[in-house]
Design a protein around this ligand. Sequence first.
Ligand SMILES: NC(=O)c1ccc[n+]([C@@H]2O[C@H](COP(=O)([O-])OP(=O)(O)OC[C@H]3O[C@@H](n4cnc5c(N)ncnc54)[C@H](O)[C@@H]3O)[C@@H](O)[C@H]2O)c1
Ligand SMILES: [Zn+2]
Ligand SMILES: [Zn+2]
Length: 364
Amino acid sequence: MKAVTWHGKRDVRVDNVPDPTIQEPTDAIVRITTTALCGSALHLYEVRGMFIEQGDILGHEPMGIVEEVGPEVTNLAPGDRVVMPFQISCGHCWMCGQGLQTQCETTQVRDQNMGAALFGYGPPDERFIYLSDVLPTSWQAVEYAGIPEGGSVTVLGLGPIGDMSSRIALHRGHRVIAVDLVPERLERTRRQGAEVLDLNEHEDLAETIREMTDGRGTDSVIDAVGMEAHGSPGAGLAQQLTGLLPDRLAQGAMQETGVDRLNAFLLAIDAVRRGGTISLSGVYGGQADPLPMLTLFDKQIQLRMGQANVKRWTEDIMPLLTGDGDPLGVEDFHTHQLPLEEAPRGYEIFQKKDDGAIKVLFKP
Ligand SMILES: NC(=O)c1ccc[n+]([C@@H]2O[C@H](COP(=O)([O-])OP(=O)(O)OC[C@H]3O[C@@H](n4cnc5c(N)ncnc54)[C@H](O)[C@@H]3O)[C@@H](O)[C@H]2O)c1
Ligand SMILES: [Zn+2]
Ligand SMILES: [Zn+2]
């Protein structure tokens, strides 16, 4: 089969790799019909893969049709149409039972990590593909933000995660102030009904947000930027440096150089009202990031974060995908749909934010 593989910094290729086989009785083989490119992949593409080897297969937002199942698989059959969560969780351990699938205590891949089989073949893949990551991540970002009824939220970063988080918050009737520095991303979220602010146009963005909210700041802030934040000149340097280091050293450097990656998070701390909540879905990697603990404590800020517990939110989200209309606008959420062969170009335009790339789908 064909696969997008990693060969080094900013070097991905489409290679022929061995076809998958059933190895565990609980395995299933799925023929992929659509897969999407994610901001998380940029950490591997640009920062330099730390836990990755030449030739490793990339991608974690797939959907498709079940081709074959192992003898112990009872809830899936060949022909089922499924979406796969980006994380592997067993579905039956204690943590999975708590809805903390990211903390799954079973390390094996089990069949239950497959999404629920979807109804029929009528609706296009675009309806469901985002169940793999964008939708549950954004849903959890909004849930964890604890926005009070009729309250306000600042969304930092308008990539797929911030854009979808804004849509969900607006759908729930919240006031959304959305921040980015890429014009087409700001425009796209503004069209959904958010008030948008260009990071480049405001000297003191948190102050602007306070002025818009009776001097308080928004009830909640969602950080959908993560460690690739702009406005952190040191971050670029740290990434370049770790890119040149051997693996073991690079790991240490990545975990300890956090200092300059915190731009968006610091903005979140500044812009949230006293007693408000910050929800982090952007990925941070540093172990030694100095945080302004005094401000966090003094403002009595609540903080929630983590990878999305994908399966926990699927049932809540499904009605918005299968019901009438398309309230979250998933059908035209993608900006590009490319054949898999063009994956290297897809990575490039997404990373450089060229050609208006916001969400890129690949079709084998
Ligand atoms: N928690 C999870 O389970 C989970 C799942 C998926 C993605 N993520 C993470 O979420 C983050 C966003 O993902 P994405 O796919 O939307 O990526 P993306 O790179 O497309 O989006 C990031 C956006 O932030 C903007 N930005 C940069 N610096 C900023 C700043 N200082 N203030 C405001 N905006 C700024 C960029 O212009 C960009 O539009 C990434 O860190 C990704 O790894 C987390
Ligand atoms: Zn993803
Ligand atoms: Zn589990």
